[in-house]
Design a protein. Structure first.
Length: 123
Protein backbone atom coordinates (compact mmCIF):
# COMPACT_ATOMS: atom_id res chain seq x y z
CA UNK A 1 0.00 0.00 0.00
CA UNK A 2 2.79 2.41 0.90
CA UNK A 3 4.55 1.60 -2.39
CA UNK A 4 1.39 2.50 -4.31
CA UNK A 5 1.11 5.83 -2.52
CA UNK A 6 4.77 6.64 -3.17
CA UNK A 7 4.42 5.77 -6.87
CA UNK A 8 1.31 7.92 -7.08
CA UNK A 9 3.04 10.90 -5.49
CA UNK A 10 6.54 10.78 -6.98
CA UNK A 11 6.22 8.26 -9.80
CA UNK A 12 8.16 5.11 -10.56
CA UNK A 13 11.79 5.58 -9.55
CA UNK A 14 13.05 3.01 -12.07
CA UNK A 15 11.41 4.94 -14.90
CA UNK A 16 13.01 8.14 -13.65
CA UNK A 17 16.43 6.49 -13.43
CA UNK A 18 16.07 5.10 -16.96
CA UNK A 19 15.06 8.52 -18.26
CA UNK A 20 18.01 10.20 -16.55
CA UNK A 21 20.42 7.60 -17.98
CA UNK A 22 18.99 8.13 -21.44
CA UNK A 23 19.38 11.90 -21.11
CA UNK A 24 23.01 11.44 -20.04
CA UNK A 25 23.53 9.61 -23.32
CA UNK A 26 21.88 12.52 -25.12
CA UNK A 27 24.20 14.96 -23.33
CA UNK A 28 27.18 12.94 -24.61
CA UNK A 29 26.07 13.42 -28.24
CA UNK A 30 27.63 16.10 -30.45
CA UNK A 31 26.03 19.52 -30.09
CA UNK A 32 23.94 19.34 -33.29
CA UNK A 33 22.56 15.91 -32.36
CA UNK A 34 21.70 17.09 -28.83
CA UNK A 35 19.82 20.04 -30.22
CA UNK A 36 17.94 17.92 -32.74
CA UNK A 37 17.06 15.28 -30.14
CA UNK A 38 15.57 17.83 -27.75
CA UNK A 39 13.57 19.52 -30.51
CA UNK A 40 12.32 16.16 -31.80
CA UNK A 41 11.43 15.03 -28.27
CA UNK A 42 9.49 18.25 -27.68
CA UNK A 43 7.66 17.85 -30.99
CA UNK A 44 6.75 14.24 -30.25
CA UNK A 45 5.40 15.09 -26.81
CA UNK A 46 3.48 18.09 -28.19
CA UNK A 47 1.97 16.50 -31.28
CA UNK A 48 1.63 12.96 -30.01
CA UNK A 49 1.78 9.76 -32.02
CA UNK A 50 -0.44 8.96 -35.00
CA UNK A 51 -3.76 7.63 -33.76
CA UNK A 52 -3.29 9.34 -30.41
CA UNK A 53 -1.98 6.23 -28.62
CA UNK A 54 0.06 7.94 -25.92
CA UNK A 55 1.12 4.60 -24.42
CA UNK A 56 4.23 4.62 -26.62
CA UNK A 57 5.53 7.42 -24.40
CA UNK A 58 5.10 5.40 -21.20
CA UNK A 59 8.15 3.35 -22.02
CA UNK A 60 11.31 4.96 -23.28
CA UNK A 61 11.93 2.52 -26.12
CA UNK A 62 11.11 4.98 -28.88
CA UNK A 63 13.41 7.67 -27.48
CA UNK A 64 16.12 5.14 -26.68
CA UNK A 65 15.94 3.96 -30.29
CA UNK A 66 16.37 7.56 -31.42
CA UNK A 67 19.40 8.02 -29.14
CA UNK A 68 20.93 4.81 -30.53
CA UNK A 69 20.34 6.01 -34.10
CA UNK A 70 21.99 9.33 -33.28
CA UNK A 71 24.93 7.69 -31.48
CA UNK A 72 25.59 5.36 -34.40
CA UNK A 73 25.25 8.15 -36.96
CA UNK A 74 27.56 10.46 -35.01
CA UNK A 75 30.12 7.66 -34.68
CA UNK A 76 30.03 7.26 -38.47
CA UNK A 77 30.70 10.97 -38.84
CA UNK A 78 27.36 11.74 -40.44
CA UNK A 79 25.78 15.15 -40.06
CA UNK A 80 22.47 15.22 -38.20
CA UNK A 81 20.57 16.58 -41.22
CA UNK A 82 21.84 13.62 -43.26
CA UNK A 83 20.01 11.42 -40.74
CA UNK A 84 16.79 13.34 -40.14
CA UNK A 85 16.49 15.18 -43.45
CA UNK A 86 15.22 18.70 -44.02
CA UNK A 87 11.58 17.86 -43.17
CA UNK A 88 12.12 17.10 -39.50
CA UNK A 89 8.39 16.96 -38.76
CA UNK A 90 7.98 14.23 -41.35
CA UNK A 91 10.93 12.35 -39.84
CA UNK A 92 9.27 12.57 -36.40
CA UNK A 93 5.90 11.41 -37.69
CA UNK A 94 7.45 8.46 -39.51
CA UNK A 95 9.59 7.56 -36.52
CA UNK A 96 6.53 7.58 -34.22
CA UNK A 97 4.47 5.65 -36.78
CA UNK A 98 7.20 2.98 -36.95
CA UNK A 99 7.25 2.77 -33.15
CA UNK A 100 3.47 2.38 -33.00
CA UNK A 101 3.59 -0.28 -35.72
CA UNK A 102 6.34 -2.14 -33.89
CA UNK A 103 4.31 -2.00 -30.66
CA UNK A 104 1.21 -3.28 -32.44
CA UNK A 105 3.19 -6.08 -34.05
CA UNK A 106 4.61 -7.12 -30.68
CA UNK A 107 1.13 -6.88 -29.15
CA UNK A 108 -0.32 -9.09 -31.89
CA UNK A 109 2.49 -11.62 -31.46
CA UNK A 110 1.97 -11.72 -27.71
CA UNK A 111 -1.78 -12.22 -28.07
CA UNK A 112 -1.31 -14.96 -30.65
CA UNK A 113 1.26 -16.86 -28.55
CA UNK A 114 -0.85 -16.68 -25.39
CA UNK A 115 -4.03 -17.72 -27.19
CA UNK A 116 -2.26 -20.64 -28.87
CA UNK A 117 -0.86 -21.78 -25.53
CA UNK A 118 -4.21 -21.71 -23.75
CA UNK A 119 -6.15 -23.18 -26.68
CA UNK A 120 -3.72 -26.13 -26.77
CA UNK A 121 -4.06 -26.70 -23.04
CA UNK A 122 -7.85 -26.63 -23.11
CA UNK A 123 -8.10 -29.54 -25.57
Amino acid sequence: MLDSIIKLIIGDMEDKRAYKQMMKRVDALPKDYRYAFRKIQHYMFSVGPPGGDMTIFTDLTMFTDLVELFEASAAEGRQVLDVIGIDVGKFCDEFMRASVTNTETLREKLNKEVMEKFNKEEK
